[in-house]
Design a protein around this ligand. Structure first.
Ligand code: RIB
Length: 290
């Protein structure tokens, strides 16, 4: 079974700060680094480092060729990444001493998907292959519809949550991986259990994976409900931890592992990722997670 990740690629400009800058404030950073990132890229790297057969489709500008090299080295198939006339997507990220982040995105080439490219990409895949999506590229609802028509199984990380997600028919999504804020935004419910229940009630074929940060993660489907605690580590940088979790969870789920086992492995991988700096570069390989 092959996994297609149709997603963003960003250049992450990371500023280390004691605490986030406030409105009207100018502050010196404690350090600056440039990393490969983007939710799409990070999730492809996590899938590949977990051992999945993953193909990434997306677009970069001329300034982003080095991102593709990192993906290739991690084991991602990169022949469906195209160069656009726009600049590569960018993220400006503040990482605080507590390891939390605040992110501003510039879409760039990530918003240049078009129907011809989508058709070209999807024509390489078949029924039962898996499509992974986030919400940092354009035409996400259209990609879901076309992949569904081809019989692909769809995993959606509706992040960042915005009106585009409301245009997606979530009944076509098998795995929905989201955090509490996105869950509340989608369902209007506040408590994790209520969020998961509401989603499965509306979409009975969906498997909901609700990440709760340091509080762990909740899994809910029609048949099953289970929970995994977060592993305790010293937090250095949480950027990309959710993406690491998503990639590892989907690799395990695609391999037919139980939700309990998939949650445990993915939580371990995410805990390793938060214990070091950067997004994609912090993602562990399978052997380290084991
Ligand atoms: O999920 C983390 C990612 O979000 C960063 O790498 C940044 O590029 C933004 O897309």
């Amino acid at each position: 079974m092959r996994i297609l990740n149709f997603g963003s690629l960003n250049i992450d400009n990371v500023y280390h700060v004691d605490d986030f800058v406030q409105p009207g404030e100018t502050k010196k950073s404690l350090g600056f680094e440039v990393f490969p990132g983007g939710k799409g890229l990070n999730q492809s790297v996590a899938l590949a480092r977990a051992g999945a057969d993953v193909y990434h489709a997306g677009k970069i500008g001329a300034d982003g060729l080095w991102l593709v090299e990192l993906m290739r080295q991690s084991g991602v198939q990169v022949n469906l990444i195209r160069e656009s006339d726009c600049n590569t997507g960018k993220a400006i990220i503040q990482v605080s001493n507590a390891g939390q982040n605040a992110i501003i995105l510039y879409d760039g080439a990530n918003q240049t998907m078009d129907p011809v490219f989508i058709d070209e990409v999807l024509s390489n895949f078949q029924a039962s292959d898996i499509l992974v999506l986030q919400n940092e590229i354009n035409l996400v609802p259209e990609i879901i519809d076309q992949a569904w028509e081809r019989g692909m199984q769809i995993a959606l990380n509706p992040s960042p949550a915005n009106e585009v997600i409301r245009q997606c028919y979530l009944g076509k999504v098998r795995w929905l991986l989201l955090n509490e804020i996105e869950g509340e935004w989608l369902t209007g419910k506040k408590m994790p259990e209520e969020i998961a229940d509401a989603l499965v009630e509306s979409y009975p074929n969906m498997e909901v994976v609700l990440t709760l940060g340091g509080q762990g993660v909740l899994y809910r489907s029609r048949e099953k409900k289970c929970y995994q605690e977060a592993f305790k580590v010293d937090v250095v940088d949480t950027t990309g931890a959710g993406d690491t979790f998503t990639g590892y969870f989907l690799k395990c789920a695609a391999a037919g592992e139980s939700p309990e086992k998939a949650l445990r492995t993915a939580s371990k991988a995410a805990s390793i990722a938060v214990s070091r700096s950067g997004a994609a570069v912090s993602i562990p390989y399978w052997k380290e997670v084991q």
